[in-house]
Each structure stands twice: as structure tokens, then as C-alpha cells.
Ligand binder design. Sequence first.
Ligand SMILES: C[S@@+](CC[C@H](N)C(=O)[O-])C[C@H]1O[C@@H](n2cnc3c(N)ncnc32)[C@H](O)[C@@H]1O
Length: 586
Amino acid sequence: MTEEWVNKLFFGDNLYILREHVPDESVDLIYLDPPFKSNATYNVLFKEKSGEQSTAQITAFEDTWHWGIESESAYSEVVTAGPKSLSDLMQSFRAFLGQNDMMAYLTMMAIRMLELHRVLKPTGSIFLHCDTTASHYLRILMDAVFRVENFRNEIIWRRTGSNKGFKRFGPIHQTILFYAKSKDSFFVNPTGPYTKDYIKEYFVEEDERGRYRPVLLTGPGIRTGDSGKPWRGYNPTDSGRHWQPASYLYRKYKDMTGDDLANYSLLERLDKLDEIGMIHFGPRAQVPQYKYYLLDALGVPYQDIWAYQPGTQGSVYEQSDIGIDQDVKWLTTKDKERLGYQTQKPEGVLERIIKACSKKGDIVLDPFCGCGTTVAVAERFHRRWIGIDLTHLAISLMVSRLKDTFGPELSPYKIIGVPKDLSGAKALAEENRYQFEWWALHLVEARPAQDKKKGADTGIDGYIYFFDDKSGKAKKIIVQVKSGKVQVSQIRDLKGVIDREKAVIGAFITLNPPTKPMNTEAVSAGFYEPDLLPGNKYPRIQILTIEELLDGKKLEYPQLQKGTFQKAQRKAKEKEDKGQTSFIDK
Ligand SMILES: C[S@@+](CC[C@H](N)C(=O)[O-])C[C@H]1O[C@@H](n2cnc3c(N)ncnc32)[C@H](O)[C@@H]1O
């Protein structure tokens, strides 16, 4: 897998993609954020049937979480072929839950969890993002697959500022379950900035090198060797302790003298440290302490609660404009990072995970990758990546996000599972009309009209926005996608839609070739001529077949500046992935 590696975006159901394309023990880190009607209430979930779900995103996976043939066959596979612990657990779940949506969800997760366990390296880790609806079941499920002893954390992430709770406290957190594959898992705790208060309280001393914190030079327990002997009038044994210089002091000594502190006996080490001014004998100290300089401090190692604190702006040391846990702040519509994908997670959350559990060049997998937060962060920190999603909407968003964020710095990647030729396109259209539509919209870089209610035909499948003057007002192109039979009345209708919507161009994308009368009708619509681009003419109605688009034909419009998707901000890739652990022994 290492030799000719190229990053990959897969379109399709992760269960099959994992089985067909991802070898055993080949992935270093997995983050998954499976869909789960996160705004649905507990009650809805426990009903046997769910109500109508209209958004495009849910349409894509709405069938997945209801009990049906698929759940039944996944259940029997897990129970008969899975490990005994999981088989027992699934049977207990079924006895308790019956065949409701929750059981369907857990069954779908169980079968995928086995695949994720298979592909993870022994040094790897997995993070499952979920909410209180199912986190308690998922944790037991992960215990059964990854084993209890490999549980590492239940991370609490604050997902919003406040939320109204009816007869309960406002639910404002989501849970990220962190398991390792084995005891050999890789982990380096990244650190965040100190608060100003913390600095004021602990880094109370100062010398010519700067501000420092006096820290104990001893550890608990009596020792009979050198480390238990008195030094400079203080006997650690009297307080049940022994000398134990922190690793920070060894590095500091090496940096300052070029010599290795380990070459000396323990009491000589203390003398040597005193010679270079690293020992604090201040009035506050009853015992000799060492100096931990603020300049060397990398910050506070992250704990298992990741909660941005509104109103704390200015309280973080030396970064006056940010608040506590600002990096993992939930996204609002005002945030530039937000791309309009409902369940998008902040990059900061993934940054912590990726920095903690992977190294440069490691392979990061997100099997439910939505608008691509994981792959974007993996790319930024020079990890290799695999993203999988079931919808073309997600795939096209990710393609735009990666291009906009990294430009020429973007590592090469392949998109796998999307139609490459006419027969592939026909197969997709037959399999799923919505997926075909999203994919076709992606070919002309159009934004799907997500506001469209399922079944209702407003005559608009997608939009493209662009600017061709200085007014700041975007011009609109209406896109229609047809996978079935086409006829001239559809072109007449499209003309009507353009007028109604005050659009400047109508694009008619069709799987089947247009008829002659359709072409004639399209031509009769005339041209769009932008005021600021005299002499440039663009047909008002443009018919493009899928075959032509696959051959490279383009929709014609003034492409001065496009605004189809909310553009991801340009970000430079990390120059160097610095070591993350603070020297301080806490
Ligand atoms: C909650 S969203 C992930 C959001 C993502 N973390 C982000 O920051 O954008 C879940 C995604 O899983 C995808 N999905 C659902 N079922 C899937 C399956 N069986 N295989 C692959 N992707 C799936 C959905 O299309 C959706 O984009």
C-alpha cells in the first residue's frame, strides 16, 4: 500500500468499499461520524417507522436505519460469523430492542465496525462521533469489537451554545468514543494554550531567562539508593519521597551544555542542574524545586472535555483574541469554515484527533466523510487519506473543498466509483435517480437545489452562480438534469423557469440525445450578452448530453468568478509537524 500510494475518495456504501478496496491492517487512524438523525428525538427513533424525511442528505441513507431484509441479513452475518462477544451482544440487543430503527442502526454499525477493526493496524486508533441517542449502545458495541481494555476515552464535545431541554437540562454535547486496536497504539497528546489566569497562578517566578514555574524535584515513595539521600540540607525520605528529576531537565541540560545528564550519579545530577541555574530555592519552597520556564512550555495537554467557552475571548495567554477551546468551537452560519453541509464538523476537532493518533505519512480513513472535514485536515498535516461517502453531493463538495483549500499544494488523489463513461452513467441513473442527478450536477459544477421537496418538480435541479459585473450581485444559471426520455416541451418549460427565476442561462443536461425540435427550440431562446463583456455571447438555453460532458464539453458562461458552493478558505499545508508533548510531568 505504501509504494504507489495515492489518496482516494470513494463513492459508495462503505461496507462494500471497505471489503473490496481496503486491505487488512492497512490504516493508522479512523474517524467516523455516521449519520443519525441527530436532530431527531429519542421517541422518533424508537418508533418502528419513521416519518417523511425530505432533505437530500437524508434521502441518501434513509433506508439504512429501518429494519428490513438488509438489516436481517447483516444481523445474521454478525451473529453467525462475527466474534462470540459481538454475537452475544447483538442477540441481547435484539431481545431488548426488538426490530426497531435503533436495532437496525446498531446492526448496520456492527457489521461496519467489524470491517473497521479488520483494516486498522495494531498501532491504530478509532474515533466514533455520535450523540446521546445511541452513544451508550455504541460504546458496548465497540467494547465487543475492539475489546474493553482498548477503550481510551469518551470525549465530550460541546456542539452548540445552548439548547432548550423540555423537563431536562439543555443537551449541548456530542460524544466521541476513542478506542485503540491494541496496547501498542500510537498516541502523542497535543496541547492547547494556557489561560492567562493559569500563567498568573503557576508561573509565579522570574529570573534573567524569563518567567518560570517552580515544580517538585521529587516523586512519591521512599528509596534506599542515591535518590533517597539528603541533598543541600533536604532529606526526601523524611517526607516519604525520593529525588526524581523530570525528563525536561535532561533535555534542558543537554541543550544548555551539550553534555548528557545521565552520565552522572543522581546527586551529581542535582549539582549539575544547580550549576546551570535550574534549581529554585525560593522562599516559597520548603524543598528544592526545579524551574520550568514558560518559554519551554508547550501548553496544556488536552483532556477529554472539548468545550469552547463563549465569553472567554481574551483569556488565553498571548493569543488575546481567542477564547478557551476556540479551535473546537461549533460552526455557525457566520463561520467562514462552514460550507453549508448540515452535519459538517469543525476542523479543530479533527486536528486534535489526527495530531494525537497519527504521524506524517500515516493513513487516515473516514468511511462517512460528508463534506470532507477529515480528509481536508489529513491533507493539511501531510497524512495520506481515504474518504468514503454514499452521496455524490458529498463527493462534489469534497472535490471543491480540497481544490479551494489547497490549490496547487493538493496531493494527487483518485475518485473511485463515479461513472467514467456513458454506460456507467446509465447504470447509475437506473440504480438511483437522485445520485445520478447529483453526479450530473457535479459535471457542470452546479449546486444541487436542496430545498426541493422530494417528489415535487419545481423545474430546478441545480444552480450555478457567477459574477460578470461590478454590482456584487451574482447571476444565476438554472440547471435541469434528465435521465429519461426527452422532448421539446421540456425546453419550452425550461425557458419559462428561467424567466420566472430571473436567471440568465438555462442548462439542460440529458442522458439521452436531444431531438431536432429540442435543439431548434433552444436556439430560438437567443443569447445572453453581459454588459461588461461586449461581443461575448452565451446561448440562453444550452443542451448538453452526458456523453458530451464526459468528453470534456463545457457549459458556456462568463467564468470571471464562480460562487456555486460556499468556497472553502485557502489554507497552507502545515510546514512542519512539531512534537506535541509538553515536557512538564503533570
Ligand atoms: C454526519 S455526515 C458526516 C459529516 C462529516 N463528518 C463532515 O464533517 O462533513 C455522515 C455522512 O455519511 C454518509 N453515509 C451514510 N451512510 C453511508 C454509507 N453506508 N457509506 C458511506 N457513506 C455513508 C452520508 O452521505 C453523510 O455524508
